[in-house]
Design a protein around this ligand. Structure first.
Ligand code: AMP
Ligand code: MG
Length: 416
């Protein structure tokens, strides 16, 4: 099915006034998760997406063992007498070779295997020692301070599933099973370029009317944090031949192509003609601010995300649409960004009928979290993104916000 057919089936799909949630849904409905995988060492797997079940071949811990430094005892002995005979030592990695008889105990260290016959650990701090006689106070509990085999991970029961992001904890967990290699999804390949005749590259002096291209740098940063493979294709002029070549090359090399600039009214017509020759691309006007115009489509097997040119709009559309799409394509299980509530510390201008992503500063005042804007909210003011630590997300229907009202915020920390 074509992209146009797929998205036109969605309720309330209107390309000229597309709600943010609809745009996200439309993009999702066209994508599918990565199926290619590769085997790599656990050490290299940080930030990768698991492509197999991890099933423990052993119990973790492998043996019942002590959770504390102290004495391994038979609980039934403690009911008869408080005094036990110390008959040996169990260390981590050096089990006590014998068996505990009646009235006996073994000195034991954290992690040491429970000696045969023992069922309870008494911590060392509370006992009295006199030669090999150990006196134990009353009111111990049976089985206290014992860690049981398989308590952490049980042999044969899958502990990690495909789609799981591998974080430091997962690397350790996999290593604790004695597994040295894992199957992960192939990294998503993402090509990107900036378009615009006014763009100068770093190193060249600025001519009149030019601006330095900053979008490729924010994209580089945002994409790097997603753990995808980056293909930076530089700046491309607003010329049909140059654009056509760039789109062709990008779509041959990548799973996804991201461009900035050239999708706003005026420029769109010429890009539109080009696109209809190369693939299938939809041009949307999204009911949001910043970031109204956006293109989404497919060239060859690659998905295209045509973002606006304004630097803040690039970041907002990336975080609100592209991030989710790329994570989904990478095979990651759902990873929606949480929205938190905070009190607006000032009135916020907003008109109903579009979702706004104002750049905010979340701060603590008198024990309560409050949020204010960074001031100037123009979509070209990249400084607002740098000063902000969150987006203030003002939903579609909402009008102006009074000081003290609750608003949703999306923290930048964690957006990676
Ligand atoms: P456009 O969407 O191409 O009309 O661009 C909108 C605005 O964003 C214009 O002011 C452009 O100069 C600016 N712009 C476009 N691309 C970039 C870029 N790569 N870096 C910085 N500013 C840009
Ligand atoms: Mg442009």
């Amino acid at each position: 099915m074509s992209i146009a057919q797929t998205v036109s089936c969605l309720d309330g799909y209107d390309p000229d006034a597309l709600r943010v949630d609809k745009a996200r849904e439309a993009i999702r409905s066209c994508l599918s998760p990565m199926t290619h995988s590769e085997k790599i060492s656990v050490r290299d797997a940080l930030g990768r997406v698991l492509a197999e079940d991890i099933v423990p071949p052993i119990n973790v811990p492998a043996h019942d063992n002590s959770a504390m430094d102290g004495y391994a005892v038979r609980f039934s002995d403690l009911e008869k007498s408080a005094s036990l005979k110390e008959i040996g030592t169990a260390l981590a990695g050096k089990p006590f070779p014998g068996k505990l008889g009646a009235g006996e105990c073994v000195r034991i260290m954290t992690g040491a295997v429970m000696p045969d016959g023992a069922d309870t650990i008494v911590i060392q701090e509370i006992v009295k020692k006199d030669g090999d006689r150990i006196t134990i106070p009353q009111r111990q509990k049976k089985a206290q301070n014992v860690r049981y085999a398989g308590e952490d991970l049980a042999k044969g029961q899958a502990v990690l599933r495909p789609g799981q992001l591998l974080r430091p904890a997962e690397l350790g967990l996999i290593a604790s099973l004695g597994i040295g290699e894992v199957k992960v999804k192939r990294k998503l390949r993402v090509a990107f370029f900036a378009t615009g005749d006014e763009l100068a590259s770093i190193g060249a002096p600025l001519k009149e009317g030019e601006v330095y291209d900053s979008n490729r740098y924010t994209l580089h940063g945002m994409l790097s944090r997603l753990g995808v493979e980056l293909i930076d294709m530089g700046v491309v002029r607003d010329a049909p031949d140059a654009l056509e070549q760039a789109f062709r090359q990008a779509s041959e090399r990548a799973d996804a192509v991201i461009t900035t600039g050239g999708v706003s009214v005026g420029e769109a017509d010429f890009v539109r003609q080009l696109m209809s020759r190369l693939g299938e691309v939809l041009f949307w006007k999204i009911a949001m601010r910043p970031g109204r115009p956006m293109a989404f489509g497919k060239i060859g097997d690659a998905f295209l995300f045509g973002l606006p040119g304004n630097p803040v709009a690039v970041m907002v559309t990336f975080y609100q649409f592209v991030r989710d799409a790329l994570l989904f394509m990478s095979g990651r299980e759902a990873a929606e960004m949480p929205l938190l509530k905070a009190a607006a510390a000032e009135t916020l201008r907003k008109v109903p009928g579009r979702t706004e992503y104002q750049r905010g500063i979340l701060f603590k005042e008198g024990g309560a979290w409050k949020v204010r804007t960074t001031g100037q909210q123009g979509s070209g003011v990249l400084r607002s993104m740098s000063e902000a630590n969150c987006f203030i997300v003002l939903e579609h229907e909402r009008g102006a916000v009074k000081s003290g009202e609750q608003v949703d915020v999306q923290l930048f920390e964690g957006l990676a």
